[in-house]
Design a protein around this ligand. Structure first.
Ligand code: PMT
Length: 214
C-alpha cells in the first residue's frame, strides 16, 4: 500500500538539457525523460502537488503535474529554484555539466579541418540545493555511471549533501537512457536498496516508497 502524498509539494526534473553552440547545433545527451516523467506521474497519482521541470523531450505531461519546459541547464536551474519551497526535489534530469562559453548568434561556418569548442561548467542545481536556505527536506539525486557505480554514487550523495541517490548504469542494454526499463540502486547514509530491473513506471513507485516511507 503506497503512502498518500496529499499536501506535499514535489519538484521533479527530467530529460536532458541542450546547450546551444549556435542557432543550429547544441551539446546534448541521450536522456528521454522517461525516468523523471514516471516519478512525476507516480507522485501526482498519490496526490502530491507536482512541478515537473522538463528538458527538451517528446513525452506527454503526466496527469495532475504542472510542467515547466526548459532547454538549457541555466534555464532548468531557474525553473527549479522558482518552484521552491518544496517538500522534495527529485533530480532525474541529465543536466549538462558543460556549456559553450561563447554560443554564436550565427551559424558557425565550416572553415577549418578542426574546430575547438570551449566549454565552461554549468551550475550544479542539486549541489546548490544542498546548501540553500530553502533546501527541500528530502533531496534526491540520480547518478548515471558507466562503471564503479557504487563509489561514484556514494561520493555524489555525500558531496552534494543529499538524503538519497538513485544510481543507474548507463551504456548497457536494458537500463539507463531511453528505454522503458531500468535498474536502480538507491543509497542513503547508512543504507542501500536495489530496485529492478523493472519498468521505469514501477521503479518510480518503489523509489517514492523509499523517499516517503510514512
Ligand atoms: O531520461 P531517461 O532516458 O529515462 O534516462 C534516465 C536517466 C538515465 C537520465 C536517469 O535515470 C538518471 O540517471 N538521471 C541523472 C543523470 C545525470 O545527469 O547524472 P549525473 O551523475 O551526471 O548527475 C548527478 C545528479 O546531479 C543528477 O541528479 C543530476 O540531475 C544532478 N545535476 C548534475 C549536473 C548539474 N549541472 N546539475 C545537477 O543538478
Amino acid at each position: 500500500m503506497s503512502v498518500p502524498l496529499d499536501g506535499r509539494r514535489i519538484v521533479v526534473s527530467a530529460g536532458p538539457t541542450y546547450e546551444d553552440i549556435d542557432p543550429v547545433r547544441f551539446v546534448g545527451n541521450r536522456s528521454s525523460g522517461k525516468m523523471g516523467f514516471a516519478v512525476a506521474a507516480a507522485a501526482a497519482r498519490r496526490g502530491a502537488e507536482v512541478v515537473l521541470v522538463a528538458g527538451p523531450v517528446a513525452l506527454a505531461t503526466p496527469a495532475g503535474a504542472r510542467r515547466v519546459d526548459v532547454r538549457s541547464a541555466a534555464q532548468m536551474r531557474e525553473a527549479v529554484f522558482a518552484a521552491l519551497p518544496a517538500d522534495a526535489y527529485i533530480g532525474a534530469a541529465a543536466v549538462a555539466d558543460y556549456t559553450p562559453r561563447h554560443p554564436s548568434p550565427d551559424k558557425v561556418k565550416k572553415t577549418g579541418e578542426t574546430l575547438v569548442l570551449e566549454l565552461v561548467r554549468t551550475p550544479d542545481i542539486l549541489a546548490e540545493l544542498g546548501v540553500h536556505a530553502l533546501r527541500p527536506r528530502r533531496l534526491v539525486g540520480f547518478a548515471a555511471e558507466t562503471g564503479d557505480v557504487a563509489r561514484y554514487a556514494q561520493d555524489k550523495l555525500a558531496r552534494k549533501r543529499l538524503d538519497m541517490i538513485a544510481a543507474n548504469r548507463v551504456g548497457v542494454a536494458g537500463q539507463g537512457f531511453e528505454g522503458d526499463d531500468n535498474a536502480l540502486v538507491v543509497y542513503w547514509p547508512g543504507g542501500e536498496r536495489a530496485l529492478g530491473p523493472a519498468p521505469k513506471t514501477e521503479l518510480a513507485e518503489r523509489l517514492l516508497d523509499l523517499v516517503f516511507p510514512d
